[in-house]
Design a protein around this ligand. Structure first.
Ligand SMILES: *Cc1c(COP(=O)(O)O)cnc(C)c1O
Length: 333
């Protein structure tokens, strides 16, 4: 495996810690539950995208880019971390943001990640829901070139093989931590959306010997789309790394039914999971990703998906600024 062969910048605080969740473990009466704190990767409130950006930004610099362009929804954590990485590296940053979550209140468009994107100095373009993000990014790239800049386009979520390498690195990191801390991690559970996170984790866990199962919780409310994205990116990431598998499909495990009506729309189980993690462990989760993923984990434990003797690692992928964009959801609590 040749992870070291790829250029990487240091943007994240690594390794992120692994912590026990003793009260939730006892309350659920199932496997031992641990959390890996990728919400603490450190760059402008952190999150999983910082790991992807360590490779994506290195690729941009290798192409002599002085400008990065990326896309997401108004409350995208990926674009916020990209804006921060660009600021840190002295690159111009252009963001395409679409209104992919309908009917939210004013907080949604003004605070949380939106506030931070502007604070970080990004050039923000707001588009209607359903816009072709790639086409808009290519159009803006042409405009940047005509102004004399050299743009590099990072796909939505940095979910492409270069970005997924950051999560290969995450899997190797927790494998090493497990060895040092004498843990046997049977499964890792996390929020899966644009697919790069799960793809990288699958490739990394296979590279580390395949003892840990990777279970993605679909937060897009579109199981088939998430499955095809994860499978395609995992396949390409494994080829990049020179690892061959002919049973990749057996490793792509994504659980649906936890996303609610659509991406970004609240569910009762998410709301409940956020309150339980906050009040039992002092652990903050977000409404769009980690809250829904943790609700999925709770349900899987309650359905007996794990042996009580097993150890499950919840990968906390971040997203916390979005809590403020959902202020009204917690007003009554
Ligand atoms: C982007 C994101 C994810 C999902 O990662 P993908 O690579 O898009 O599947 C999970 N959690 C948070 C907080 C995110 O911002």
């Amino acid at each position: 495996m040749q992870l070291d062969a790829f250029e990487r910048l240091s943007l994240a605080h690594l390794p992120t810690p692994i912590e026990p969740l003793p009260h939730l473990t006892t309350a659920l009466g199932g496997p031992q539950i641990l959390v890996k704190r990728d919400d603490c990767t450190g760059l402008a409130f952190g999150g999983n995208k910082t790991r992807k950006l360590e490779y994506a930004m290195a690729a941009a610099l290798a192409e002599s880019a002085d400008c990065v362009i990326t896309a997401g929804g108004l409350q995208s954590n990926h674009v916020r971390q990209t804006a921060a990485a660009a600021a840190k590296l002295g690159l111009h940053c252009v963001l395409v943001l679409d209104r992919n979550v309908p009917d939210r209140d004013e907080d949604y468009a003004r605070t949380g990640n939106m506030l931070l994107d502007r604070l970080l100095g990004a050039e923000v373009h707001i588009e209607p829901a359903g816009v072709d993000r790639t086409a808009v990014m290519e159009d803006l790239a042409r405009r940047q070139r005509s102004e004399g800049r050299t743009p590099y386009i990072i796909p939505t979520g940095a979910s492409y093989p270069i970005g997924a390498l950051g999560l290969v690195n995450c899997a190797l990191e927790f494998d090493q931590q497990a060895k040092e801390q004498d843990l046997a991690i049977d499964a890792v559970v996390h929020a899966s959306g644009s697919g790069g996170t799960q793809a990288g984790l699958i490739a990394g866990c296979l590279a580390a010997g395949g003892r840990t199962r990777v279970i993605g919780i679909d937060i897009d409310a579109d199981l088939e789309a998430v499955r095809s994205a994860v499978t395609e990116i995992a396949d390409e990431t494994l080829s990049l790394l020179g690892i061959s598998t002919n049973d990749l499909k057996d490793h792509v495990d994504i659980r649906g039914g936890y996303g609610g009506p659509a991406y970004g729309l609240p569910t009762e189980a998410m709301h409940d999971a956020i309150l339980r993690a906050a009040r039992m462990e002092g652990l903050l989760l977000d409404p769009v990703y980690s809250g829904k993923a943790f609700a999925g984990l709770i349900d899987l434990v309650e359905r007996g998906a794990f042996e009580p003797t097993e150890t499950v690692l919840f990968l906390h992928t971040g997203g916390l600024p979005a809590l403020f964009a959902y202020r009204a959801l917690f007003d009554e609590d």
